[in-house]
Design a binder for this molecule. Structure first.
Ligand code: ZN
Ligand code: ZN
Length: 320
């Protein structure tokens, strides 16, 4: 960066001018928002009201990002409407509903009881809660990482994950835009690891909160800078590469919360040039929510009956 005689700061990578206050904010926003949300949730745990306080923190994050995206966007072009708001909201609701349904079903058949008082597994229950949460995040991330990576290198799983990648801009509203089958697959794999290890329910609750906060931050269109944080946590900077149409950039950074497994399995990507504005995917995806839900289940002939111009592209397994 270089200072100017004016009140602007010019970024040498992007060539964009920034107000000095916005530039300073861009360095602290991610840690301040994340730690702030975690602190509100921790206060809720101390009062034995974690769900109410988690929801308060989540609303605070949504409102903050909504305003910040307007005031200091990373990509101005992504402020324009893409006609996918309703579809993204409906995917968020259907995915969350499916996961809630799974938890109620798990409670009904007694599966969640395994978390209440685990007597199996090798979980270190005597560790302080913060250390148990860190372990839970890293352990569950192993499952989330592989569920996500499979979604990119397996033609069948990609059909579902493609719904998330069909957007042409990134902003906070895309956070929960997942086909419900995609959400179901990753939550089952991530939770299964914690069940097998014998993690307690509080660790699961904390993991859900961490995933919600980091996921919302990851998709936001706010100008932020990260430094070393990029090497530990999933950030908007890393996730913008993941949404690139160029699979050499896109099939990277599979981590949902932390990047440890991307480092271990060689998929970490953080180039020093600006990620593309023109993001998305080359495959076709219908624009309407209902069609997006049934699209992954349909054979090519049925897709062509629904959308006569549809021509399937060969699945490219661009793995590292
Ligand atoms: Zn992906
Ligand atoms: Zn994404």
């Amino acid at each position: 960066m270089e200072g100017r005689m004016t009140s602007q700061v010019t970024c040498q990578v992007t060539g964009y001018d920034y107000h000095p206050v916005k530039y300073a904010l861009s360095w602290i926003l991610w840690p301040v928002l994340f730690i702030g949300c975690m602190a509100i949730t921790a206060y809720g745990f101390s009062l034995d009201m974690p769900i109410i306080f988690f929801n308060l923190a989540y609303m605070f994050l949504i409102v903050s990002l909504f305003l910040l995206e307007k005031w200091m966007p990373h990509e101005r072009a992504w402020l324009n409407p893409d006609g996918q708001n309703i579809a993204s909201i409906l995917h968020t609701v259907s995915s969350k509903g499916t996961v809630q349904g799974l938890l109620i079903f798990g409670g009904t058949i007694g599966l969640l009881g395994l978390f209440d008082n685990p007597t199996h597994g090798i979980w270190p229950n005597d560790w302080p809660m913060w250390a148990q949460v860190c372990l839970g995040v890293v352990a569950a991330e192993f499952g989330l990482y592989w569920a996500h990576r499979l979604g990119h290198v397996t033609a069948f799983v990609w059909r579902f994950h493609a719904v998330h990648h069909s957007v042409t801009k990134l902003w906070f509203l895309n956070t929960g835009r997942f086909h419900f089958v995609d959400s179901l697959m990753s939550i089952v794999i991530g939770m299964l690891i914690l069940v097998v290890l014998g993690a307690p329910l509080d660790v699961m609750k904390w993991l859900s909160a961490v995933t919600a906060f980091i996921g919302m931050l990851t998709h936001c269109n706010v100008e932020m800078r990260f430094g070393w944080i990029n090497y530990v946590f999933n950030t908007p900077a890393l996730h913008r590469w993941h949404h690139s149409k160029d699979l050499k950039e896109g099939n990277r950074n599979y981590g949902e919360n932390v990047m440890i497994w991307d480092h271990v399995f060689g998929s970490f990507y953080n180039a020093n040039y600006r990620p593309p504005t023109d993001i998305g995917m080359k495959d076709y995806m219908p624009r309407a929510f209902g069609k997006q839900i049934i699209w992954p289940f349909l054979p090519v002939s049925a897709k062509q009956r629904l959308e006569p111009d549809y021509e399937p592209l060969p699945f490219i397994k661009e793995d590292i």
